[in-house]
Design a binder for this molecule. Sequence first.
Ligand SMILES: Nc1ncnc2c1ncn2[C@@H]1O[C@H](COP(=O)(O)OP(=O)(O)O)[C@@H](O)[C@H]1O
Ligand SMILES: [Mg+2]
Length: 329
Amino acid sequence: MITVEGLTKRYARTVAVDNISFQVQKGQIVGFLGPNGAGKTTTMRILTCFLPPSEGKATVAGFDVLEQPMEVKRRIGYLPETPPVYPEMEVSEYLSFVGKLKGLSGPNLARRVDEVSERCAVADVRHKLIGKLSKGYRQRVGLAQAIIHNPDVLILDEPTAGLDPKQINETRDLIKGLAGDHTIILSTHILPEVEQTCEQVIIISKGRLVATDSVHNLQNRARGAETVLVEVAPRDSAPFEQTVVQRKLEQVAGVSRVLLRDASPARAVFEVESLKDKFIRGDLARAVVESGWNLNELHTTAMSLEEIFLQLTGSEPAAAAAETPGEAQ
Ligand SMILES: Nc1ncnc2c1ncn2[C@@H]1O[C@H](COP(=O)(O)OP(=O)(O)O)[C@@H](O)[C@H]1O
Ligand SMILES: [Mg+2]
């Protein structure tokens, strides 16, 4: 549905987007992740025909953003970083206004205004001035205008920035509800956002593509195929020393690293990393039990996207990861 090939954008001396390529399949919900200044907004502005690329090519539903911008715009709904709303307009008046700009008219226009108001949960404020709405409502009006012409593709630039946690959840649910009917790219500098909302992730840093994969694969990638948390405890009179247990776990086939996470006379907790494509859980369990210890717990822990991001970019995981949503501006 979307293809980007060798896309580059230079502003004077800054290379905002540096030769990136990716594809987005129909119906997918894709997270466009990167720290501030990574080039997310620039890429989205190119895809939505607001900005020409310096080099490279981008197509939406087979139409080139440079050569057929009208066809592209017809198929795209765009929510910019700052929602393009007019504070002095009432919600329904504004939605009709945008609908007309997108070529809707008559009963069809009225019906779509009703539908998107329902869908984006702004029907109860339809006669309020946009300027009087809370940020959460304003953001949902922004989403409503983006989908008014029922576009195939939605491009949402940091749709949850500046919202409080409750509003973030509501917006996230709304976006998930729109997936399926629409192909969605949403940008964010907040890692958990991607884990919770998206199937695919495209990571960029300093204008360069760092990774593109499913959220699931990314979590399983990088260091080992999986990380297993193992809690071992002494039983009866079997000798129990954490170094002995650790050595035993290290000897299991397919294990790449064993880290002691917690230890007391009553138990020891280890984080065991496997080599790629090795399934070590059965052998780990056997090694513990056959040594005469108790196996209190054994479960896999996926790497957080934050750790993956650190590994892939060698940078801070978007200083922003620590930012509490309520404080974001
Ligand atoms: N209009 C502009 N003129 C010059 N530099 C710009 C302009 N817009 C963005 N940049 C620069 O391009 C880089 C990428 O910016 P942007 O696409 O907004 O990143 P993001 O949305 O990921 O935070 C940044 O270094 C930014 O300072
Ligand atoms: Mg941005």
